[in-house]
Write a protein that binds this ligand. Structure first.
Ligand code: 3SL
Length: 248
């Protein structure tokens, strides 16, 4: 085990609102929006999408649509009228998207990605790519921040638990240290939840919101680890797949 000073940092930021307090200290930002943006992105790449451009506003999404792109847009959990699809991971499991570069705008997730890109290398995190992502992060000689997208700048449980899983894994390698209370809290929440993540999140706000929209299948898929073992990273304005062996 390395001494504390030489260990790399792994910390957790609970919401984009708090990101300015963290942003200058990290090389890699793992953006997490378990329900559902970063899960949908992992599902998209696992199903052969070639690239995904995350945009923050509906106006930008419309501009890409006018250029002929297939564009997904979600607000308040629902598909925005006039767009090709929303934010359900299942929308990306179709042959028409294979090999294509698509555009996506969501309430929180795509905004977090765009906030994070000024501060470091953005990598997409979710339960769906948990193990492969942790193994890749372990190999990077970098300080890492997990940015939880939350809901409209508020804390949420599902992103925090996923960030806690990443923190727990990396600290246990002996190569990483966590000093912020947010990271310690995220880790303990993960340890309490890990045996039944779906049950643990039963009363959580966004799970309730999506359940009311009859999106139970999306919830179950997004909360089941390691179903989309991909590592999507942001290159310029486009998310692409990284090969496991590559370092950033
Ligand atoms: O906020 C987001 O980016 C979305 O993931 C929210 S939803 O799950 O599509 O409602």
């Amino acid at each position: 085990m390395e001494d504390n000073e030489t260990r790399k940092k792994i910390e957790v930021c609970f919401s984009p609102y708090l990101f300015p307090l963290f942003k200058d200290e990290f090389d890699i930002i793992v953006v997490i929006d378990v329900l559902r943006a970063t899960s949908a992105i992992c599902a998209a790449f696992d199903n052969g999408v070639a690239g995904l451009i995350p945009v923050s506003t509906i106006e930008e999404a419309r501009e890409y649509q006018a250029k002929g792109y297939l564009v997904g847009a979600e607000r308040q959990g629902q598909i925005v009228e006039g767009f090709d699809f929303g934010n359900s991971p299942y929308s990306y499991m179709v042959p028409e998207l294979k090999g294509k570069t698509v555009v996506l705008s969501t309430t929180n997730g795509t905004k977090s990605i765009n906030i994070a890109k000024e501060a470091g290398q953005v990598v997409i995190g979710s339960f769906l790519n948990l193990d492969v992502l942790c193994e890749w992060l372990e190999k990077q000689d970098k300080h890492i921040l997990c940015l939880c997208s939350g809901w409209q700048n508020k804390f949420n449980l599902e992103d925090t638990i996923c960030a806690g899983a990443i923190t727990d894994y990396l600290v246990n390698t002996g190569q990483f240290r966590s000093e912020e209370d947010s990271s310690i809290a995220a880790k303990y929440l993960f340890l309490s939840a890990k045996d039944n993540i779906l049950g643990y999140l039963k009363a959580s706000s966004h799970r309730r919101r999506l359940k009311n929209l009859n999106l139970n299948e999306d919830i179950k898929y997004c909360l089941t680890p390691n179903q989309a073992p991909v590592i999507p990273i942001l290159v310029g304005d486009t998310i692409q797949l990284i090969k496991e062996s590559v370092s950033v």
